[in-house]
Design a protein around this ligand. Structure first.
Ligand code: ZN
Ligand code: ZN
Length: 277
């Protein structure tokens, strides 16, 4: 086996996420069969939600149980040799919430944080799709992202699924209005690059039958052209079934075709660069 193959996955959900019931051990066994060297469990933490609050109705996720999960990961690392299980988190970025850093200070053992903008409006996407045009919706999304990365810079390492708005909604919402959004996305990338933050390649669009993952080609190329170097790879699996779909080869080819020679994993929130080309 060549050492430059991607042998890791940095975005995986387990039973600690409200939208997954998966057992981490099942992921480990399959990862080891494939020869992976490390996986990072990144359960959801949408900090602006109070358990049992109104928001439950729109399907947002409760905070992860940090200590319990840390212990589980520690035990599994001892049990399985030859693979490293890292403790990460997918943090929902929300500029309306002021207590991020207080909470994150208590979670000082994390290896990796994906900052994702899922739904910072606390309004269901379906309603926004009715009220806004696709361009208005996407402009709103990236304006919020720009504000979030500036205000919450130390709260994340990479931005998750950067072209998330095209994942949902009627057909007309499934296409990114890149020319109109290019300046804002470039401003986001410039800020990320200057602050040593990255973006992830996320498998989800491949699942939807597209020929590429997140980020879409125009967006990925822009990141590279602006000098972006930190990229991670995540399957965003919520089940062993999703994890069993192996897109590593396509992802690797996609990164190489866009000029990347390395992909990162993170330990204690510092990037480790792995050669892929
Ligand atoms: Zn996400
Ligand atoms: Zn995710």
């Amino acid at each position: 086996m060549k050492n430059n193959k991607i042998l890791f996955d940095n975005h995986m959900h387990s039973h600690f996420s409200c939208d997954s019931e998966e057992d981490v051990e099942k992921y480990i066994k399959l990862a080891m069969e494939r020869g992976y060297k490390e996986i990072t469990i990144t359960d959801h933490n949408e900090l602006f939600i109070e358990p049992g609050g109104e928001e439950e109705k729109i399907g947002i996720y409760y905070p992860v149980k940090y200590e319990t999960q840390m212990n589980e990961i520690r035990v599994l690392n001892k049990k399985y040799e030859g693979i490293t299980i890292r403790h990460g988190m997918e943090l929902g970025l929300n500029v309306n919430r002021q207590d991020y850093f207080e909470i994150l200070d208590k979670m000082d053992n994390l290896d990796f944080i994906i900052g994702s903008i899922h739904n910072p409006w606390e309004i269901p996407f379906a309603k926004l799709h009715e009220e806004l045009t696709p361009l208005e919706f996407q402009e709103k999304y990236y304006t919020i992202m720009l504000q979030a990365i500036k205000e919450l810079t130390s709260a994340f390492d990479v931005i998750g699924h950067i072209d998330f708005p095209i994942r949902y909604g009627p057909d007309e919402f499934r296409h990114l209005h890149f020319p109109q959004l290019k300046d804002t996305i470039a401003e986001i990338f410039t800020f990320l690059i200057e602050n040593n933050k990255g973006i992830e390649i996320n498998r989800a669009l491949l699942d939807m039958g597209l020929d590429y993952p997140h980020p879409i080609p125009d967006v990925f190329k822009l990141y590279k052209d602006l000098g972006g170097e930190i990229i991670t790879y995540g399957s965003d699996s919520h089940s062993i079934k999703e994890f069993s779909l192996d897109f590593h080869k396509q992802v690797q080819d996609y990164a190489i075709a866009n000029g990347f020679k390395t992909i990162c994993t993170f330990a204690k929130r510092k990037p480790i660069f792995h050669n892929i080309a």
